[in-house]
Design a protein around this ligand. Structure first.
Ligand code: ARG
Length: 576
């Protein structure tokens, strides 16, 4: 069920072709909603030079050849050559009915691509920070949306589970005793565990020596060491999973694809790069120098793939992720939802992978850059009230704030009901705040604003959906009933209908451009269109076919709101 834009665009193209010949057919003529019309066509300006006619004449010619009698009630030329199109009320009404009868609500299945998506990726035995919160929330929204569009999404949680600190961490775990209270900190307060290990490492040569020996044993695959390392991972997994289930994200243990998974590939990656002459030894390290990556004074920046001590690093592992995702997962597109500061790292890794022939030109790697989350002081949010920030405490605070609202607004509900709504609203507020800004721009973490019921917030949208449901409860009707007929007469009805019809193209756009904030903005506009409709068009007090029609618009609004929020990973309470 194409949107007004998608229905009109081919007609405009056809008219251009009919007027000026096939050579001038415009696959995607510029059409946008404007103050003066439902859609404004802005094609004449660009065409005028090519066909050597004044823009207004071009516009007249297009209109003469335009076949839209079934679709439009008015076509007018304005200004220098804009074509203002008013859609027919009857067309909007019929399209709304069609959309309401479509279980996919107008979201068309796309030709399937295989898309591994690397997101979340916290580090073992460390606290997840707000940056990890953001990649988790944005990555999950993208995974859900791409899956809904019909793609084969393969979640890859590239957790940091390898490297020299693990000698120290394993040794500390053995010291405090597996199963002890101090060991359980990995699960409840990972930074405290890490800090305790670090302190011992910095404070005593004996522990530091044992830790270094432990790294060697771990790398050599000593069974006892590997077992303890695995138990450390197990504890961390419990911590990650508690955060994931609180957030309601779709990641499971099956999606874990940590750094250690690639250990066996690293030596051969280095050998192959060296044999191909792509990597060279420099000051004892194995490095790749590429002309396009230069630092100060034009000196090439090295991509180090084997350190002088023989150890491999983050870059080597990421070369392995490319190989794995291309060769084994058969990726068409590879998404890395990772902090913006890692942009150079990925560019260098991809360029190296292309040189090595591991990244064919038809496979597109994309860095979905994650911007910073800031505190009120506009610096990266790391502490709260002077103490190191704990992600779980932050999420709990969101729920507590929402709970205060629910207790006040709905004393009639049971304790369990209020607890459920508070969780949905508090967590939804935090996730939505993250998703409503472009993923690569920074935002200030302000819980009070996030849980507010006004403005572009999660609770405002959840409330809009809950309100529609309550209308149906009062009417004693089923919210999912398929409408028999819809009429759009009032401006607010038209505006709501038109907004509903855009859903499919917005979701498709989110899948193409990887911009969940577009869906958030769309849903916010939908909630506003609904508010204004509800204010101007009585629903339950209306009668006959008008009542039926308005209930149908309400029902479709609820369906789109619930589906849209679900694609973002935000739950909708049945009442608020
Ligand atoms: N663990 C890393 C971090 O915390 C993120 C890993 C992102 N994924 C990747 N393939 N490099 O910064």
């Amino acid at each position: 069920m194409p949107s007004p834009h998608d229905t009109l665009a081919p007609r405009i193209s056809a008219a251009i072709a009919a007027a000026f010949g096939e050579d001038f057919r415009d696959a995607d003529p510029v059409l946008r909603p404007s103050q003066f019309a439902d859609l404004q066509v802005n094609a004449a300006l660009a065409l005028s030079k090519r066909v050597g006619m004044p823009p207004r004449k071009v516009a007249e010619s297009i209109v003469e050849h335009l076949d839209v009698a079934d679709l439009c009630s008015g076509v007018e030329i304005s200004g220098p050559g804009f074509i203002n199109v008013t859609l027919a009320d009857s067309w909007i009404a019929a399209a709304v009915v069609e959309m309401a009868g479509d279980p996919r609500l107008g979201v068309e299945i796309q030709p399937q691509l295989v898309i591994p998506i690397d997101y979340s990726a916290p580090n073992v035995a460390k606290e997840m920070h707000v940056g990890h919160l953001r990649t988790t929330v944005v990555g999950d929204a993208l995974a859900r949306t791409l899956e809904h569009l019909g793609h084969r999404v393969i979640r890859q949680n590239h957790v940091g589970d390898w490297g020299t600190p693990f000698g120290m961490l394993v040794e500390h775990l053995l010291d405090v005793g597996e199963g002890s209270e101090a060991a359980r900190l990995v699960e409840t307060d990972p930074n405290a565990f890490y800090a305790a290990a670090r302190e011992k490492f910095d404070g005593g040569a004996e522990f530091a020596d044992r830790s270094r020996a432990r790294v060697v044993a771990l790398q050599a695959g000593d069974p006892e060491t590997v077992r303890v390392w695995e138990s450390l991972l197990g504890l961390s997994k419990k911590y990650f999973n508690r955060i994931y289930s609180t957030l309601g994200v779709t990641l499971t243990d099956a999606d874990l694809a940590g750094e250690s998974m690639y250990n066996d590939d690293l030596a051969s990656i280095c050998d192959e790069l060296q044999a191909k002459g792509i990597a060279v030894e420099s000051e004892g390290a194995l490095c790749i120098f590429m002309d396009e990556f230069t630092g100060r004074e034009g000196k090439p920046v090295p991509l180090i793939i084997r350190k002088s001590d023989g150890g491999y690093g983050y870059a080597t592992t990421d070369l392995a992720t490319i190989k794995y995702r291309v060769e084994r997962l058969h990726a068409d597109k590879i998404l890395y939802v990772v902090g913006a500061p890692q942009a150079l790292h990925f560019q260098m890794v991809w360029a190296a992978a292309r040189l090595a022939g591991w990244l064919p030109s038809d496979v597109v790697p994309i860095h979905v850059q994650i911007g910073n989350v800031l505190g009120e002081d506009k610096k990266i949010l790391r502490t709260r009230e002077g103490v190191a920030l704990k992600l779980m405490a932050l999420l709990d605070d969101g729920v507590t704030k929402a709970r205060a609202y629910v207790d006040e607004a709905r004393p009639d509900l049971s304790e369990t009901e209020r607890a459920t709504i508070a969780r949905q609203v508090g967590i939804g507020a935090i996730k939505y705040a993250d998703l409503s800004v472009a993923h690569d721009s920074a935002y200030v973490f302000d819980l009070d604003r996030m849980v507010s019921l006004t403005g572009n917030t999660g609770p405002y949208l959840q409330y809009a959906a809950a309100r529609v449901r309550s209308i149906f409860r009062s009417a004693g009707e089923d919210v999912t009933g398929v409408p028999r007929a819809v009429e759009v007469r009032e401006p607010a009805e038209r505006a709501l209908g038109l907004q509903l019809l855009e859903f499919g193209s917005v979701v498709r756009h989110v899948g193409h451009e990887l911009e969940p904030h577009r869906l958030a903005a769309y849903l916010f506009e939908l909630a506003q269109a609904f508010s204004s409709f509800y204010e101007h068009c009585p629903v339950l007090k209306a009668e006959g076919s008008v009542r039926e029609s308005r209930l149908a618009l309400c029902s479709l609004t609820a369906a789109v709101m619930v589906q849209g929020l679900d694609l973002l990973g935000v739950e909708t309470p049945t009442e608020m």
